[in-house]
Design a protein around this ligand. Structure first.
Ligand code: FAD
Length: 478
Protein backbone atom coordinates (compact mmCIF):
# COMPACT_ATOMS: atom_id res chain seq x y z
CA UNK A 1 0.00 0.00 0.00
CA UNK A 2 1.44 3.40 -0.88
CA UNK A 3 2.04 5.82 1.97
CA UNK A 4 -0.84 8.22 2.52
CA UNK A 5 -0.52 11.66 1.06
CA UNK A 6 -0.45 13.08 4.55
CA UNK A 7 -1.13 16.61 3.54
CA UNK A 8 -1.17 18.48 0.32
CA UNK A 9 2.39 19.54 -0.51
CA UNK A 10 1.39 23.17 -0.42
CA UNK A 11 -0.40 22.81 2.90
CA UNK A 12 1.17 25.49 5.08
CA UNK A 13 0.28 23.52 8.20
CA UNK A 14 2.49 20.57 7.30
CA UNK A 15 5.42 20.51 9.66
CA UNK A 16 8.09 19.04 7.45
CA UNK A 17 10.31 18.16 10.40
CA UNK A 18 7.93 15.39 11.44
CA UNK A 19 8.35 12.32 9.28
CA UNK A 20 6.34 9.11 9.46
CA UNK A 21 7.79 6.28 11.59
CA UNK A 22 7.37 4.02 8.63
CA UNK A 23 5.58 4.29 5.37
CA UNK A 24 2.19 4.77 6.91
CA UNK A 25 2.34 5.64 10.58
CA UNK A 26 2.96 8.96 12.25
CA UNK A 27 3.46 10.06 15.82
CA UNK A 28 3.46 13.16 17.99
CA UNK A 29 2.99 14.03 21.65
CA UNK A 30 -0.74 14.55 21.26
CA UNK A 31 -3.25 13.53 18.59
CA UNK A 32 -6.26 15.82 18.25
CA UNK A 33 -9.30 14.62 16.32
CA UNK A 34 -11.35 17.44 14.77
CA UNK A 35 -10.52 20.84 13.32
CA UNK A 36 -13.16 23.09 14.88
CA UNK A 37 -12.76 25.58 17.70
CA UNK A 38 -12.16 22.90 20.36
CA UNK A 39 -9.58 21.11 18.23
CA UNK A 40 -7.60 24.22 17.40
CA UNK A 41 -7.81 25.66 20.92
CA UNK A 42 -6.41 22.34 22.11
CA UNK A 43 -3.72 22.09 19.42
CA UNK A 44 -2.53 25.67 19.90
CA UNK A 45 -2.43 25.42 23.68
CA UNK A 46 -0.57 22.10 23.52
CA UNK A 47 1.93 23.54 21.06
CA UNK A 48 2.43 26.64 23.22
CA UNK A 49 3.14 24.27 26.10
CA UNK A 50 5.84 22.58 24.06
CA UNK A 51 4.06 19.55 22.62
CA UNK A 52 4.10 18.30 19.06
CA UNK A 53 0.56 17.83 17.78
CA UNK A 54 -1.10 15.94 14.96
CA UNK A 55 -4.57 17.30 14.18
CA UNK A 56 -6.84 15.16 12.00
CA UNK A 57 -9.77 16.77 10.19
CA UNK A 58 -12.00 14.54 8.14
CA UNK A 59 -13.20 17.25 5.76
CA UNK A 60 -11.19 19.18 3.20
CA UNK A 61 -11.40 22.36 5.24
CA UNK A 62 -11.23 23.33 8.88
CA UNK A 63 -14.02 24.91 10.92
CA UNK A 64 -16.81 22.39 11.60
CA UNK A 65 -19.93 23.80 13.25
CA UNK A 66 -17.72 26.42 14.90
CA UNK A 67 -17.10 28.24 11.63
CA UNK A 68 -20.78 28.37 10.66
CA UNK A 69 -22.03 29.33 14.11
CA UNK A 70 -23.49 32.62 15.30
CA UNK A 71 -20.14 33.43 16.90
CA UNK A 72 -21.58 34.17 20.37
CA UNK A 73 -19.38 33.28 23.35
CA UNK A 74 -20.36 33.61 27.01
CA UNK A 75 -17.67 35.23 29.17
CA UNK A 76 -18.00 37.14 32.44
CA UNK A 77 -16.04 40.04 33.87
CA UNK A 78 -14.42 41.15 30.61
CA UNK A 79 -13.09 44.55 29.58
CA UNK A 80 -15.95 44.83 27.07
CA UNK A 81 -18.53 44.32 29.79
CA UNK A 82 -16.80 46.86 32.00
CA UNK A 83 -16.80 49.34 29.11
CA UNK A 84 -20.56 48.89 28.89
CA UNK A 85 -20.94 49.23 32.69
CA UNK A 86 -22.10 45.62 32.99
CA UNK A 87 -21.24 44.09 36.33
CA UNK A 88 -20.58 40.41 35.98
CA UNK A 89 -18.45 37.74 37.60
CA UNK A 90 -17.46 34.12 37.38
CA UNK A 91 -19.74 33.37 40.32
CA UNK A 92 -22.76 34.96 38.62
CA UNK A 93 -21.93 33.02 35.46
CA UNK A 94 -21.70 29.84 37.54
CA UNK A 95 -25.11 30.47 39.12
CA UNK A 96 -26.70 31.23 35.74
CA UNK A 97 -25.26 28.13 34.09
CA UNK A 98 -26.56 25.95 36.91
CA UNK A 99 -29.98 27.63 36.85
CA UNK A 100 -30.34 27.39 33.06
CA UNK A 101 -29.22 23.77 33.23
CA UNK A 102 -31.91 23.13 35.85
CA UNK A 103 -29.27 21.73 38.21
CA UNK A 104 -28.74 18.79 35.86
CA UNK A 105 -25.23 19.98 34.96
CA UNK A 106 -22.08 18.47 36.39
CA UNK A 107 -21.00 21.16 38.89
CA UNK A 108 -17.34 20.22 38.39
CA UNK A 109 -17.57 21.05 34.69
CA UNK A 110 -19.43 24.29 35.30
CA UNK A 111 -16.69 25.19 37.79
CA UNK A 112 -14.02 24.31 35.21
CA UNK A 113 -15.76 26.58 32.67
CA UNK A 114 -16.01 29.58 34.96
CA UNK A 115 -12.53 29.16 36.47
CA UNK A 116 -10.90 29.22 33.03
CA UNK A 117 -13.24 31.49 31.06
CA UNK A 118 -11.61 34.85 31.64
CA UNK A 119 -8.08 33.64 30.91
CA UNK A 120 -9.45 31.96 27.77
CA UNK A 121 -11.05 35.21 26.65
CA UNK A 122 -7.68 36.96 27.05
CA UNK A 123 -5.89 34.05 25.36
CA UNK A 124 -8.24 34.23 22.37
CA UNK A 125 -7.60 37.95 22.06
CA UNK A 126 -3.85 37.33 22.17
CA UNK A 127 -4.33 34.80 19.39
CA UNK A 128 -5.84 37.54 17.26
CA UNK A 129 -9.55 36.93 17.85
CA UNK A 130 -11.58 40.13 17.70
CA UNK A 131 -14.66 40.55 19.87
CA UNK A 132 -17.53 42.95 19.20
CA UNK A 133 -19.21 44.91 22.00
CA UNK A 134 -21.35 42.80 24.30
CA UNK A 135 -24.72 41.80 22.87
CA UNK A 136 -27.75 42.95 24.87
CA UNK A 137 -30.20 40.22 23.98
CA UNK A 138 -29.33 36.66 24.84
CA UNK A 139 -31.01 33.82 26.61
CA UNK A 140 -30.25 32.38 30.01
CA UNK A 141 -28.12 35.31 31.19
CA UNK A 142 -28.98 37.50 34.14
CA UNK A 143 -26.67 40.17 32.71
CA UNK A 144 -25.61 40.58 29.07
CA UNK A 145 -22.44 38.55 28.48
CA UNK A 146 -22.48 37.46 24.86
CA UNK A 147 -19.20 38.39 23.20
CA UNK A 148 -19.46 38.08 19.45
CA UNK A 149 -16.76 37.08 16.98
CA UNK A 150 -16.57 36.25 13.30
CA UNK A 151 -16.59 32.49 13.88
CA UNK A 152 -14.77 31.38 10.72
CA UNK A 153 -12.09 34.04 11.27
CA UNK A 154 -11.72 32.82 14.85
CA UNK A 155 -10.95 29.25 13.84
CA UNK A 156 -8.62 30.56 11.12
CA UNK A 157 -6.83 32.77 13.66
CA UNK A 158 -6.16 29.84 15.99
CA UNK A 159 -5.12 27.64 13.06
CA UNK A 160 -2.74 30.35 11.89
CA UNK A 161 -1.20 30.67 15.34
CA UNK A 162 -0.92 26.90 15.56
CA UNK A 163 0.89 26.84 12.25
CA UNK A 164 3.25 29.58 13.42
CA UNK A 165 4.39 27.43 16.34
CA UNK A 166 5.77 24.91 13.84
CA UNK A 167 4.57 22.17 16.15
CA UNK A 168 1.13 21.40 14.77
CA UNK A 169 0.66 19.14 11.81
CA UNK A 170 -2.77 19.40 10.24
CA UNK A 171 -4.01 16.52 8.11
CA UNK A 172 -7.09 17.44 6.10
CA UNK A 173 -9.39 14.87 4.48
CA UNK A 174 -8.29 12.48 7.20
CA UNK A 175 -10.82 10.58 9.30
CA UNK A 176 -10.00 9.07 12.65
CA UNK A 177 -11.54 5.60 12.63
CA UNK A 178 -10.86 3.83 15.93
CA UNK A 179 -9.01 4.46 19.17
CA UNK A 180 -5.92 2.33 19.73
CA UNK A 181 -4.98 1.13 23.23
CA UNK A 182 -1.88 -0.56 24.55
CA UNK A 183 -1.83 -3.72 26.64
CA UNK A 184 -2.68 -1.70 29.78
CA UNK A 185 -5.77 -0.13 28.21
CA UNK A 186 -4.14 3.27 27.76
CA UNK A 187 -5.21 5.11 24.61
CA UNK A 188 -2.07 5.63 22.55
CA UNK A 189 -3.41 6.74 19.19
CA UNK A 190 -6.01 6.35 16.49
CA UNK A 191 -6.30 4.46 13.28
CA UNK A 192 -7.09 6.86 10.49
CA UNK A 193 -7.95 6.90 6.84
CA UNK A 194 -7.00 9.28 4.07
CA UNK A 195 -7.84 8.78 0.41
CA UNK A 196 -8.41 5.09 0.93
CA UNK A 197 -5.18 4.52 2.87
CA UNK A 198 -5.23 3.62 6.53
CA UNK A 199 -2.48 4.38 9.00
CA UNK A 200 -1.87 4.94 12.68
CA UNK A 201 -1.44 8.32 14.34
CA UNK A 202 0.18 7.77 17.75
CA UNK A 203 0.08 10.25 20.60
CA UNK A 204 2.75 9.80 23.27
CA UNK A 205 0.52 11.66 25.72
CA UNK A 206 -2.75 10.44 24.32
CA UNK A 207 -5.64 11.45 22.12
CA UNK A 208 -8.03 14.39 22.43
CA UNK A 209 -11.42 13.85 20.80
CA UNK A 210 -12.71 17.19 19.52
CA UNK A 211 -14.83 15.88 16.68
CA UNK A 212 -18.00 17.77 17.56
CA UNK A 213 -21.52 16.54 18.12
CA UNK A 214 -23.81 14.51 15.89
CA UNK A 215 -26.38 16.99 14.62
CA UNK A 216 -25.77 15.82 11.05
CA UNK A 217 -26.74 12.28 11.96
CA UNK A 218 -30.57 12.35 12.26
CA UNK A 219 -30.66 8.58 12.93
CA UNK A 220 -28.42 8.98 15.96
CA UNK A 221 -30.41 12.03 17.14
CA UNK A 222 -33.58 9.94 16.75
CA UNK A 223 -32.18 7.35 19.16
CA UNK A 224 -32.06 9.89 21.98
CA UNK A 225 -34.56 12.57 20.93
CA UNK A 226 -37.22 11.11 18.61
CA UNK A 227 -39.37 14.18 19.18
CA UNK A 228 -36.99 16.04 16.85
CA UNK A 229 -37.49 13.72 13.86
CA UNK A 230 -39.17 16.53 11.92
CA UNK A 231 -36.69 19.22 12.91
CA UNK A 232 -34.16 20.78 10.56
CA UNK A 233 -30.56 19.57 11.13
CA UNK A 234 -27.81 22.15 10.61
CA UNK A 235 -24.13 21.90 11.45
CA UNK A 236 -20.71 20.87 10.22
CA UNK A 237 -21.00 18.14 7.60
CA UNK A 238 -18.53 15.95 9.46
CA UNK A 239 -20.48 16.01 12.71
CA UNK A 240 -22.01 12.56 12.63
CA UNK A 241 -20.83 11.19 15.97
CA UNK A 242 -17.57 9.46 15.01
CA UNK A 243 -15.77 10.44 18.20
CA UNK A 244 -18.70 9.45 20.38
CA UNK A 245 -18.85 6.00 18.77
CA UNK A 246 -15.08 5.50 19.05
CA UNK A 247 -15.21 6.27 22.76
CA UNK A 248 -18.35 4.24 23.44
CA UNK A 249 -16.67 1.26 21.82
CA UNK A 250 -13.97 1.24 24.49
CA UNK A 251 -16.34 1.70 27.41
CA UNK A 252 -16.81 5.46 27.76
CA UNK A 253 -19.94 6.76 29.42
CA UNK A 254 -22.11 9.58 28.17
CA UNK A 255 -24.67 11.95 29.64
CA UNK A 256 -27.36 14.57 28.92
CA UNK A 257 -28.50 12.68 25.83
CA UNK A 258 -32.17 13.24 26.73
CA UNK A 259 -31.56 17.00 26.70
CA UNK A 260 -30.92 17.29 22.98
CA UNK A 261 -32.86 20.34 21.87
CA UNK A 262 -33.59 22.24 18.72
CA UNK A 263 -33.38 26.01 18.56
CA UNK A 264 -36.60 27.88 17.86
CA UNK A 265 -36.93 30.42 15.08
CA UNK A 266 -35.72 28.50 12.03
CA UNK A 267 -37.83 29.11 8.94
CA UNK A 268 -39.10 25.64 7.97
CA UNK A 269 -38.38 25.87 4.24
CA UNK A 270 -35.71 28.57 3.81
CA UNK A 271 -32.37 26.99 2.96
CA UNK A 272 -30.30 30.15 2.68
CA UNK A 273 -30.20 31.26 6.33
CA UNK A 274 -28.64 28.82 8.79
CA UNK A 275 -29.57 31.00 11.70
CA UNK A 276 -32.75 31.37 13.65
CA UNK A 277 -34.73 34.60 13.87
CA UNK A 278 -35.91 35.43 17.37
CA UNK A 279 -38.50 38.18 16.99
CA UNK A 280 -39.94 36.91 20.28
CA UNK A 281 -36.94 38.44 22.05
CA UNK A 282 -37.97 41.83 20.64
CA UNK A 283 -41.59 41.45 21.77
CA UNK A 284 -43.29 39.07 19.33
CA UNK A 285 -45.59 36.34 20.55
CA UNK A 286 -45.44 32.74 19.33
CA UNK A 287 -48.71 31.18 18.18
CA UNK A 288 -49.53 27.71 16.90
CA UNK A 289 -51.56 26.73 13.84
CA UNK A 290 -54.70 27.30 15.90
CA UNK A 291 -53.69 30.92 16.46
CA UNK A 292 -53.03 30.39 20.17
CA UNK A 293 -50.04 31.13 22.33
CA UNK A 294 -48.49 28.05 23.88
CA UNK A 295 -45.40 29.20 25.81
CA UNK A 296 -43.61 31.96 27.76
CA UNK A 297 -41.71 33.46 24.81
CA UNK A 298 -38.90 34.87 26.98
CA UNK A 299 -37.34 31.51 27.84
CA UNK A 300 -34.22 29.99 26.27
CA UNK A 301 -34.54 29.42 22.52
CA UNK A 302 -33.77 25.76 23.18
CA UNK A 303 -36.77 25.44 25.49
CA UNK A 304 -38.79 27.33 22.90
CA UNK A 305 -37.62 24.66 20.44
CA UNK A 306 -38.96 21.94 22.74
CA UNK A 307 -42.28 23.77 23.03
CA UNK A 308 -42.59 24.35 19.28
CA UNK A 309 -41.76 20.83 18.14
CA UNK A 310 -44.70 19.39 20.11
CA UNK A 311 -47.21 21.77 18.48
CA UNK A 312 -49.21 20.62 15.44
CA UNK A 313 -46.89 20.15 12.42
CA UNK A 314 -43.92 21.07 14.64
CA UNK A 315 -44.12 24.62 13.30
CA UNK A 316 -45.57 27.85 14.67
CA UNK A 317 -45.54 31.60 13.89
CA UNK A 318 -43.85 34.56 15.52
CA UNK A 319 -46.38 37.41 15.37
CA UNK A 320 -45.34 41.06 15.73
CA UNK A 321 -46.03 44.58 14.58
CA UNK A 322 -44.04 47.31 12.87
CA UNK A 323 -42.48 48.95 15.97
CA UNK A 324 -41.28 45.53 17.15
CA UNK A 325 -39.73 44.87 13.77
CA UNK A 326 -37.83 48.13 13.91
CA UNK A 327 -36.72 47.80 17.53
CA UNK A 328 -33.54 46.29 18.91
CA UNK A 329 -30.18 45.72 17.33
CA UNK A 330 -30.62 44.66 13.72
CA UNK A 331 -26.86 44.17 13.43
CA UNK A 332 -27.39 41.00 15.47
CA UNK A 333 -28.27 38.27 13.01
CA UNK A 334 -30.90 36.53 15.13
CA UNK A 335 -32.75 39.84 15.59
CA UNK A 336 -32.49 41.17 12.05
CA UNK A 337 -36.12 40.91 10.96
CA UNK A 338 -35.76 43.53 8.23
CA UNK A 339 -33.28 41.37 6.34
CA UNK A 340 -35.66 38.40 6.42
CA UNK A 341 -38.44 40.73 5.23
CA UNK A 342 -36.30 41.78 2.28
CA UNK A 343 -35.65 38.11 1.56
CA UNK A 344 -39.39 37.52 1.32
CA UNK A 345 -39.52 35.23 4.34
CA UNK A 346 -41.74 37.39 6.55
CA UNK A 347 -45.48 37.45 5.86
CA UNK A 348 -47.01 40.93 6.06
CA UNK A 349 -50.57 42.32 6.29
CA UNK A 350 -52.25 45.57 7.29
CA UNK A 351 -54.49 43.99 9.91
CA UNK A 352 -54.29 41.00 12.23
CA UNK A 353 -57.33 39.58 10.46
CA UNK A 354 -55.66 39.76 7.05
CA UNK A 355 -52.47 38.27 8.52
CA UNK A 356 -54.46 35.36 9.94
CA UNK A 357 -55.96 34.69 6.53
CA UNK A 358 -52.52 34.63 4.93
CA UNK A 359 -51.08 32.18 7.42
CA UNK A 360 -54.30 30.15 7.48
CA UNK A 361 -55.10 30.33 11.18
CA UNK A 362 -58.62 31.19 12.43
CA UNK A 363 -58.80 35.00 12.32
CA UNK A 364 -61.08 35.41 15.32
CA UNK A 365 -58.73 33.29 17.43
CA UNK A 366 -55.61 35.22 16.43
CA UNK A 367 -57.36 38.56 17.04
CA UNK A 368 -58.43 37.32 20.46
CA UNK A 369 -54.91 36.04 21.22
CA UNK A 370 -53.32 39.39 20.37
CA UNK A 371 -55.96 41.40 22.29
CA UNK A 372 -55.63 39.17 25.34
CA UNK A 373 -51.85 39.43 25.24
CA UNK A 374 -52.02 43.24 24.95
CA UNK A 375 -54.23 43.23 28.05
CA UNK A 376 -51.56 41.22 29.89
CA UNK A 377 -48.91 43.73 28.82
CA UNK A 378 -51.05 46.58 30.22
CA UNK A 379 -51.71 44.70 33.44
CA UNK A 380 -48.05 43.73 33.81
CA UNK A 381 -49.04 40.12 34.36
CA UNK A 382 -49.38 37.14 31.99
CA UNK A 383 -51.56 34.61 33.82
CA UNK A 384 -51.40 32.12 30.93
CA UNK A 385 -47.65 31.54 30.67
CA UNK A 386 -46.02 33.92 33.13
CA UNK A 387 -44.09 35.97 30.58
CA UNK A 388 -42.60 38.95 32.40
CA UNK A 389 -39.79 40.09 30.04
CA UNK A 390 -38.74 40.11 26.41
CA UNK A 391 -35.91 37.66 27.04
CA UNK A 392 -34.88 36.01 30.28
CA UNK A 393 -34.91 38.90 32.76
CA UNK A 394 -34.43 41.72 30.25
CA UNK A 395 -36.77 44.11 28.49
CA UNK A 396 -40.28 45.46 29.06
CA UNK A 397 -43.13 43.70 27.27
CA UNK A 398 -44.70 45.70 24.42
CA UNK A 399 -48.18 45.74 22.90
CA UNK A 400 -48.72 44.40 19.39
CA UNK A 401 -50.94 47.10 17.93
CA UNK A 402 -49.41 49.17 15.12
CA UNK A 403 -49.59 47.80 11.60
CA UNK A 404 -48.37 46.51 9.36
CA UNK A 405 -48.40 43.20 11.18
CA UNK A 406 -46.06 40.34 10.48
CA UNK A 407 -45.74 36.56 10.86
CA UNK A 408 -42.50 34.58 10.66
CA UNK A 409 -43.03 30.83 10.21
CA UNK A 410 -40.75 29.05 12.66
CA UNK A 411 -39.71 25.55 13.55
CA UNK A 412 -36.87 24.09 15.62
CA UNK A 413 -33.43 23.38 14.16
CA UNK A 414 -30.95 21.01 15.77
CA UNK A 415 -27.71 23.01 15.53
CA UNK A 416 -25.80 20.95 18.02
CA UNK A 417 -26.26 18.07 20.38
CA UNK A 418 -24.59 19.51 23.53
CA UNK A 419 -24.57 16.11 25.20
CA UNK A 420 -21.90 13.47 25.01
CA UNK A 421 -18.97 11.89 26.76
CA UNK A 422 -18.60 11.97 30.51
CA UNK A 423 -15.40 13.77 31.43
CA UNK A 424 -13.88 15.03 34.64
CA UNK A 425 -12.81 18.63 35.15
CA UNK A 426 -9.45 17.86 33.50
CA UNK A 427 -11.25 16.52 30.39
CA UNK A 428 -10.24 12.90 30.98
CA UNK A 429 -12.91 10.70 29.44
CA UNK A 430 -14.63 8.51 32.04
CA UNK A 431 -15.83 4.96 31.59
CA UNK A 432 -19.19 3.59 32.64
CA UNK A 433 -17.87 3.02 36.17
CA UNK A 434 -16.66 6.59 36.46
CA UNK A 435 -13.00 5.68 36.09
CA UNK A 436 -10.60 7.61 33.87
CA UNK A 437 -9.81 5.96 30.53
CA UNK A 438 -6.07 6.60 30.50
CA UNK A 439 -4.77 8.59 27.55
CA UNK A 440 -8.21 9.71 26.34
CA UNK A 441 -9.45 13.30 26.56
CA UNK A 442 -12.41 15.10 25.03
CA UNK A 443 -13.38 18.72 24.44
CA UNK A 444 -16.05 20.82 22.80
CA UNK A 445 -19.46 19.73 21.69
CA UNK A 446 -18.75 16.06 22.16
CA UNK A 447 -18.56 16.55 25.93
CA UNK A 448 -21.72 16.09 28.02
CA UNK A 449 -22.39 17.54 31.44
CA UNK A 450 -21.74 21.26 31.11
CA UNK A 451 -25.13 22.40 29.87
CA UNK A 452 -27.39 20.00 31.76
CA UNK A 453 -31.06 20.37 30.85
CA UNK A 454 -30.75 23.54 28.75
CA UNK A 455 -28.27 25.87 27.14
CA UNK A 456 -27.09 29.40 27.81
CA UNK A 457 -26.33 31.44 24.70
CA UNK A 458 -22.62 31.35 23.97
CA UNK A 459 -21.76 28.48 26.25
CA UNK A 460 -21.14 25.94 23.46
CA UNK A 461 -18.46 27.97 21.69
CA UNK A 462 -17.18 28.97 25.13
CA UNK A 463 -17.00 25.32 26.08
CA UNK A 464 -15.12 24.49 22.87
CA UNK A 465 -12.40 27.07 23.54
CA UNK A 466 -12.14 26.59 27.30
CA UNK A 467 -12.32 22.81 27.41
CA UNK A 468 -10.03 22.52 24.38
CA UNK A 469 -7.35 24.36 26.33
CA UNK A 470 -7.95 22.34 29.49
CA UNK A 471 -7.67 19.08 27.53
CA UNK A 472 -4.37 20.26 26.07
CA UNK A 473 -2.99 21.12 29.48
CA UNK A 474 -4.04 17.77 30.89
CA UNK A 475 -2.71 15.80 27.94
CA UNK A 476 0.63 17.56 28.03
CA UNK A 477 0.63 17.16 31.83
CA UNK A 478 1.45 20.81 32.41
C1 FAD B 1 -25.66 27.46 12.78
C2 FAD B 1 -25.07 27.29 14.16
C3 FAD B 1 -25.02 28.38 15.01
C4 FAD B 1 -24.45 28.24 16.30
N1 FAD B 1 -24.29 29.36 17.05
C5 FAD B 1 -23.68 29.25 18.25
C6 FAD B 1 -23.38 30.41 19.00
O1 FAD B 1 -23.59 31.54 18.56
N2 FAD B 1 -22.82 30.26 20.23
C7 FAD B 1 -22.51 29.03 20.74
O2 FAD B 1 -22.02 28.95 21.86
N3 FAD B 1 -22.73 27.91 20.01
C8 FAD B 1 -23.28 27.99 18.78
N4 FAD B 1 -23.46 26.87 18.02
C9 FAD B 1 -22.91 25.61 18.53
C10 FAD B 1 -21.37 25.64 18.39
O3 FAD B 1 -21.04 26.18 17.13
C11 FAD B 1 -20.75 24.25 18.54
O4 FAD B 1 -21.21 23.61 19.70
C12 FAD B 1 -19.23 24.37 18.62
O5 FAD B 1 -18.75 25.09 17.51
C13 FAD B 1 -18.59 23.00 18.64
O6 FAD B 1 -17.19 23.14 18.47
P1 FAD B 1 -16.32 21.85 18.31
O7 FAD B 1 -14.94 22.30 18.02
O8 FAD B 1 -16.55 20.95 19.46
O9 FAD B 1 -16.92 21.10 17.05
P2 FAD B 1 -16.88 21.53 15.51
O10 FAD B 1 -16.59 22.96 15.34
O11 FAD B 1 -18.10 21.00 14.89
O12 FAD B 1 -15.60 20.74 14.96
C14 FAD B 1 -15.58 19.34 14.92
C15 FAD B 1 -14.72 18.93 13.73
O13 FAD B 1 -14.41 17.53 13.84
C16 FAD B 1 -14.42 16.99 12.54
N5 FAD B 1 -14.58 15.53 12.63
C17 FAD B 1 -15.71 14.83 12.92
N6 FAD B 1 -15.44 13.51 12.92
C18 FAD B 1 -14.13 13.37 12.63
C19 FAD B 1 -13.27 12.25 12.45
N7 FAD B 1 -13.71 10.99 12.57
N8 FAD B 1 -11.97 12.46 12.13
C20 FAD B 1 -11.49 13.73 11.98
N9 FAD B 1 -12.27 14.82 12.11
C21 FAD B 1 -13.57 14.65 12.44
C22 FAD B 1 -15.57 17.70 11.86
O14 FAD B 1 -15.49 17.62 10.46
C23 FAD B 1 -15.42 19.12 12.39
O15 FAD B 1 -14.61 19.89 11.55
C24 FAD B 1 -23.99 26.98 16.73
C25 FAD B 1 -24.04 25.89 15.87
C26 FAD B 1 -24.56 26.04 14.58
C27 FAD B 1 -24.55 24.86 13.65
Amino acid sequence: MPPPAFAKPDNPMLNQSQTPMNNNDIQADVVVVGGGLAGFACALQAAQDGADVILLEKLGEIGGSSAMSGGCLAFAGTDLQKAASIEDSSELLYADLIEVGKHENDPALVRAYVDHQLETYDWLKQAGVEFSPVMETSSGQSVPRVHTVDPADTVRALAGRAKDTGKVRLLLNTSALRLIRDAHGTVVGVSAEREGNTFTASGKHGVVLASGGFCKNPELVHRYAPQYDDAVFIGGEGNVGDGLKMALLIGADCRDMIYIKGTYGKHPTDETNHHSLLAVYKGAIAVNQDGKRYVDESISYKLLGDACITQPYGATFQIFDHPIMQSGDNAVRILDIERRLEEGLVIQADTIEALAEQIEVPAHVLIDTVNTYNGYVDAGHDPDFGRAHLVHQHGELVRIETGPFYAYPSTAAVYGTYCGLCVDAAMHVLDVYGDVIPGLYAAGEMVGGLHGAAYMTGSALGKAAIFGRIAARSATRI
